[in-house]
Design a protein around this ligand. Structure first.
Ligand SMILES: C[S@@+](CC[C@H](N)C(=O)[O-])C[C@H]1O[C@@H](n2cnc3c(N)ncnc32)[C@H](O)[C@@H]1O
Length: 257
């Protein structure tokens, strides 16, 4: 092997939320492997002659299967010196970074992770919403609303979460939102529990909706919210301070197909 693969977090969209380490690696890499939720502006940081490989979803197609992405990375490690595997947000948070790291280590490829700013914290922050607040309890859960059907484990226990977590930050939650809200209410959360949705957080086209659990799914449907969106549920939504919200970046992040 000649190269090292860096599993790099690209942040949630605003290019200025990239870490300095990620910036340095993008400037010096000789191969880049990236997927859909990666800010386009970051691709331009790579040097001329850098090999670029897109492994995300294209309109009307499934995403590139994970084994093919793994094979691309191993192949590049044999030919290149510095390979950046760029992933939206943080690579170890619902980003399959763990699977890719394990595969690379097993194949004898040196690999290092570079954490990134996750959408579940940044998108709420860009509407002035802190995901924890002392007045709103002491726990927050990062949870996926989209589970692999073939996953060999029980699904998310939404009723249990309703009882055990003060706040919920839900990734990929819009598709199953109605069922999630029903389960949370069945688990004991009041219909009046505050809830927020942030679509395209931190970039051009950012929009949000602040509502309550009982009508959240209706509002999301009626107002045409889509992916990528973060859903926040809990009293913490009441602690929103719009005055501290930054301006979203005038940057483009493609909507995943
Ligand atoms: C496969 S997960 C990847 C999460 C990523 N690793 C992270 O740490 O942010 C993709 C989901 O992240 C959320 N997401 C990513 N970027 C977002 C953004 N800019 N605004 C809102 N949600 C976003 C959406 O829920 C989207 O469906």
């Amino acid at each position: 092997m000649t190269g090292t693969v860096y599993l790099v977090g690209a942040g949630p969209g605003d290019p200025e939320l990239l870490t300095l380490k990620a910036h340095r690696l993008l400037r010096q890499c000789d191969a880049l492997v990236y997927d859909s939720l990666v800010p386009r502006a970051l691709l331009d940081l790579t040097p001329a002659g850098c090999e670029r490989h897109f492994v995300g979803k294209r309109r009307g197609h499934h995403s590139v299967p994970q084994p093919s992405t793994n094979a691309v990375l191993v192949d590049l490690a044999q030919r290149c010196h510095c390979i950046v595997r760029l992933k939206g947000g943080d690579p170890f948070l619902f980003g399959r970074g763990g699977e890719e790291a394990a595969h690379l280590v097993a194949a004898g490829v040196p690999v290092q992770v570079v954490p990134g700013v996750t959408a579940g914290i940044a998108a709420p922050a860009y509407i002035g919403l802190p995901v924890t607040h002392r007045r709103a309890g002491s726990s927050v859960t990062f949870v996926t609303g989209h589970e692999e059907i073939d996953k060999d484990r029980p699904g998310v226990d939404w009723r249990g979460l309703a009882r055990s977590s003060d706040g919920l930050v839900i990734y990929m939650g819009l598709h199953n939102l109605r069922r999630i809200c029903e389960e949370l209410i069945a688990g004991g959360l009041a219909k009046e529990t505050p809830a927020a949705v942030i679509q395209q957080g931190t970039v051009r086209g950012q929009r949000d909706l602040v509502s309550c659990l009982g009508v959240l799914a209706d509002r999301v449907e009626a107002e045409g919210f889509g992916s990528p969106s973060i859903v926040v549920i809990g009293q913490v939504v009441e602690e929103r301070i719009p005055a501290c919200a930054p301006q979203p970046a005038d940057a483009e992040m493609p909507i995943p197909f």
